[in-house]
Design a protein around this ligand. Structure first.
Ligand code: OGA
Ligand code: NI
Length: 339
């Protein structure tokens, strides 16, 4: 039987051929820097001006930061991680009922990134859910584990609020009205990728996710507290984002890069895998509503540069993104530049 998913209970002693990257594209793990961390920002601080400043600096320099005292109850984050692990531990026959390679499906279990477009596969299984509005999508979510829907619903609500708070900070840090981004993005969509990266026999030869940028507005990542794997590109070098206790990792997606007229960066990042331990992450993506018109904020185009990107709808962007392979070397936003 072709089980398709990696989390099938089969242990591989060598990496199957279709996962092996050509020599020039391998992760070169020994060259990854461990000595610098992306900023950890205390959202519980009463010094709002300082927090806004820290977020602005992080968005410019790293496109990434971590937040602590973020207001999401720690118990809810912990339960989310646990139920995600339980899901991937289910028997493969049970999981395969949810399997699909079709990116247009609003609920699916899949593997790698885009099986129909890519030439080399990635050492990842993922469950992809739409999460807003909840009453529309929860009915199609997995009902096994039996606590899944309840826990994930609670988690999604909290993470959405956290995302909105951060969007306010981001607007202010660009010198815009607090509600600027929220207003442009409209009634935001929310998607989730529950990523499961099984232990991998040869992590030097492959990726969990190869370098990519996120096509949405803002990503809120719950990392495995015990196993590292996320790396971000800074000044041409890969930097490990090691788990920080009780923190979320936040990153700017392509839409905030466009809206900020390129001042904030949707940075390349990747997930690498480990030889002895599986790793789990839960990525929540806040997305503009489909018809949202994305174009650089006017006040940010008046310093002589003009608008770097043309206006487009999010629907147009998203379609373009999924028509490509993740390892296309060019940033998808390059295709939307004014010339
Ligand atoms: C993603 C992503 C990183 C990780 O899902 O877009 O970048 O650490 N995940 O799993
Ligand atoms: Ni990503």
């Amino acid at each position: 039987m072709n089980t398709k998913v990696l989390s099938s209970g089969i242990r591989y002693s060598t990496l199957p051929e279709s996962y092996i990257r050509p020599e020039s594209e391998r992760p070169r793990l020994s060259e990854v820097s461990e000595c610098e961390n992306v900023p950890v920002i205390d959202l519980g601080s009463h010094n709002r001006i300082q927090v806004v400043q820290q977020i602005g600096d992080a968005c410019k320099c790293y496109g990434f930061f971590q937040v602590i005292n973020h207001g999401v109850p720690l118990g809810i984050a912990k339960e989310m991680g646990e139920v995600a692990y339980e899901f991937f531990k289910l028997p493969v026959e049970e999981k395969m009922k949810l399997y699909s390679d079709d990116p247009s499906r609003t609920m699916r279990l899949s593997t790698s990134f885009n099986m129909n477009k890519e030439t080399v596969h990635n050492w990842r299984d993922y469950l992809r859910l739409h999460c807003y509005p909840l009453d529309k999508y929860v009915p199609e979510w997995p009902s096994n584990p039996h606590t899944f829907k309840e826990i994930v619903t609670k988690y999604c609500k909290e993470v959405r609020e956290l995302g909105f708070r951060i969007q306010e900070h981001i607007s202010e840090s660009l010198g815009l009205e607090k509600d600027y981004m929220k207003n442009v993005l409209g009634e935001q969509g929310q998607h989730m990728a529950v990523n499961y990266y099984p232990a991998c026999p040869e992590p030097e030869l492959t990726y969990g996710l190869p370098g990519h940028t996120d096509p949405n507005a803002l990503t809120i990542l719950l990392q495995d507290q015990n196993v590292a794997g996320l790396q971000v590109l800074k000044d041409g070098k890969w930097l490990a984002v090691n788990p920080y206790p009780d923190a979320f990792v936040i990153n700017i997606g392509d839409q905030f890069q466009a809206l900020s007229n390129g001042i904030y960066k949707s940075v390349w990042h990747r997930a690498v895998v480990n030889v002895d331990k599986p790793r789990l992450s839960v990525a929540s993506f806040l997305c503009p509503y489909d018809e949202a018109l994305i174009s650089p904020a006017k006040p940010l185009t008046e310093n002589g540069t003009g608008a770097i990107y043309r206006g487009y709808t999010y629907a147009e962007y998203y379609k373009k993104f999924w028509s490509r392979d993740l390892v296309d070397k060019e940033h998808c936003l390059e295709l939307f530049k004014n010339n």
